[in-house]
Design a binder for this molecule. Structure first.
Ligand code: NAD
Length: 294
């Protein structure tokens, strides 16, 4: 059993912390929102008064926060208070620069660290089947792996500090672009008299096959579990897709990579969110492409 501090008990953090409790760890949790603390308590997490109290006896500290600024602020607050040698794991999705800064803050205090963002959404967090993409030294990764296991379907060591975040934004750029591609194909099919099911039956076993089609189909019917069957309630909100596409564009601009489709996807999701649909599942972009939302 390991004593684990878990900071950030939101939609993702709460079910992740619950799986650590189920695996027999002692989890000391903190969040700014009382309702999230109450849920965590129901899941067997020992709720603490603040982040400093949560990390006091921790051998491992996991953060699951909204964005880079939150991670840096929490790291600067807690790093001086964490027990020497404790392992720092940040699973939030943040920009690569913030990820590297968080590693630097940890290192200044002698704390090994990895960035370990996740893919799989709230369903994967609840089921303990998230994909973790980790960046950091081999030693830190080897220590983190058994801790991440109860929350994970797959754990990949992607490289040095920041490599986990790099993998996350590249993956989600593929996802944003492919969802728009699949949605456009369904809109075209509707206009030219091809049924949703016929397009799905062909493309899902042909060269158009991809996750956005076969696991997350943006029209109701072919894939029972996809958010299209529940009026596009998320799932993975358009606001989060926009966040990740913006992170990819920042990285592209900073590195000189040419990503015209990624840029277009970011613009379309920005437009969709601006029309009041930030809280809809990201597959609902099909409604904007179809002209159903204004
Ligand atoms: P969320 O907003 O539900 O949870 C974030 C939590 O952090 C909130 O409960 C908030 O109160 C807490 N918080 C903020 N500042 C804090 C502080 N200083 N101290 C303690 N708690 C603080 O967000 P989420 O959906 O759980 O996402 C968390 C991270 O995971 C984000 O970086 C997101 O991009 C990423 N992510 C989310 C999903 C998803 O499907 N929701 C999927 C993959 C990755």
């Amino acid at each position: 059993m390991t004593t684990i501090a878990f900071i950030g008990l939101g939609n993702m953090g709460n079910p992740m912390a619950a799986n650590l409790v189920k695996a027999g760890h002692s989890v000391h949790g903190f969040d700014l929102l009382p309702e999230n603390l109450a849920k965590a308590r129901d899941n067997g997490v020992t709720v603490m008064a603040d982040a400093a109290a949560a990390v006091q006896d921790a051998e491992v500290v996991i953060t699951m926060l909204p964005a880079g600024k939150h991670v840096i602020s929490v790291y600067e607050d807690i790093a001086p208070k964490v027990a020497p040698g404790a392992l720092m794991i940040d699973s939030s999705t943040v920009d690569i620069e913030s990820a590297r800064r968080a590693h630097a803050v940890a290192s200044q205090h002698g704390l090994p660290s990895i960035d370990a963002p996740v893919s799989g959404g709230t369903a994967g967090a609840a089921a303990g089947t998230l994909t973790f993409m980790a960046g950091g030294t081999k030693e830190a990764f080897d220590r983190a792996e058994p801790i991440l296991q109860p929350m994970a379907g797959r754990i990949v060591h992607c490289g040095d500090a920041g490599a986990g975040q790099a993998a996350k934004i590249c993956n989600n750029m593929i996802l944003g672009i492919s969802m728009i591609g699949v949605a456009e194909a369904f809109v075209l099919a509707e206009k030219i008299g091809l049924s949703h099911q016929a397009l799905f039956d062909v493309a899902s076993t042909s060269s158009g096959q991809c996750w956005s089609l076969t696991s997350y189909c943006p029209v109701p019917g072919p894939v029972t579990a996809s958010p299209a069957n529940r009026n596009y309630s998320p799932g993975f909100a358009a606001a989060l897709m926009l966040k990740d596409l913006k992170l990819a564009q920042e990285a592209a601009q900073g590195s000189g990579a040419s990503t015209p489709m990624g840029a277009q996807a970011a613009q379309l999701y920005s437009l969709f969110a601006g029309l009041g649909h930030a809280g809809d599942d990201f597959s609902a972009i099909i409604r904007m492409l179809r002209g159903d939302v204004g």
